[in-house]
Design a protein around this ligand. Sequence first.
Ligand SMILES: Nc1ncnc2c1ncn2[C@@H]1O[C@H](COP(=O)(O)OP(=O)(O)OP(=O)(O)O)[C@@H](O)[C@H]1O
Ligand SMILES: [Mg+2]
Length: 312
Amino acid sequence: MPPLVQLENVRKVYYGRAVLNDLSLEIPEGEVFGYIGPNGAGKTTTLKILAGLVTKFEGSVRVGGNDVARDRDKAHGLIGFMPQSCGFQSWRTVQSALDSLGELSGVPAELRAKRIPALLERFRLLDARHKKVKDLSGGMTQKLGLIQALLHEPKLLVLDEPLEGLDPPSRNLLKEIIRERQQAGTTVLFSSHILSDVEDVADRVGILNNGKIATSGSIRALVTDFGLPLEIGLELSVAPGNLGYLDELGTVTQHRPDEWRIRLVDGTPSDPVVHAVIEKTLAAGGKIRKVGLVEPNLDDLFAQYIERAHAN
Ligand SMILES: Nc1ncnc2c1ncn2[C@@H]1O[C@H](COP(=O)(O)OP(=O)(O)OP(=O)(O)O)[C@@H](O)[C@H]1O
Ligand SMILES: [Mg+2]
């Protein structure tokens, strides 16, 4: 089966500057793909090209085998798109905005009558259905954008920073919905800067930098490939007056007010260092709350990646 999403050598230039340069990416059907990269990297531009909102570009972009430039309607019909900032007709009510967008996406009236209240209920927006769109809060508008993308139950969900601006319960709800949709066979491509959430739902992530996917894979595989340096975390309930003794064990950074990280020199086995940290901390009069090897996460991976990209 060909991948549902296929971008080949995509190049997009704004005012003489290439934002995307020879970008290639494939997403198989049923996958949840997290698209990350620094501000201005070109994530929104990529997603808009997929959604048919940016039409001038070089290269080939296909969704379900349909070229987004040549078979625009076919490709478009497979996609539910949530833009980074959603422009609704602000004078409409929530209910009527969703109804007209659903109609535009080809959802029959009887299905709209079922799905709209069900989704509003799920996002705790049912009470706001008669409010004007212009009177909604930022998070509520964000939810409206999500609902409109979900309404026609598309094969491919393209979500541009869907978690931004949502409160923690709503973020959890959205992650739950993404997992549910994946179970039902939907493919999801979403961008986000909330890396712990990306880690929670994405099967694979791609880091966009300098106009290309710099690296992609499962988070586990990236952490391993990347050879992230090992770190020992030390949380203290009472810190000794002087923590200088830690410097002999590795590079020390303060991570939180009561937590320090000791980055081991490449190849150093961690157990003896953990022991030394405990012994020396107790000898110096400190009280330990927690100590141990830190599992690298996507935040660490991304920070490392950007650090290395700048160094080169
Ligand atoms: N319509 C436009 N005209 C000119 N330049 C643009 C336009 N849209 C985007 N750009 C430029 O393209 C680059 C990529 O922007 P884009 O919005 O795709 O980044 P992003 O990765 O989504 O960033 P963020 O994380 O901040 O959302 C930026 O330098 C931006 O200024
Ligand atoms: Mg963006």
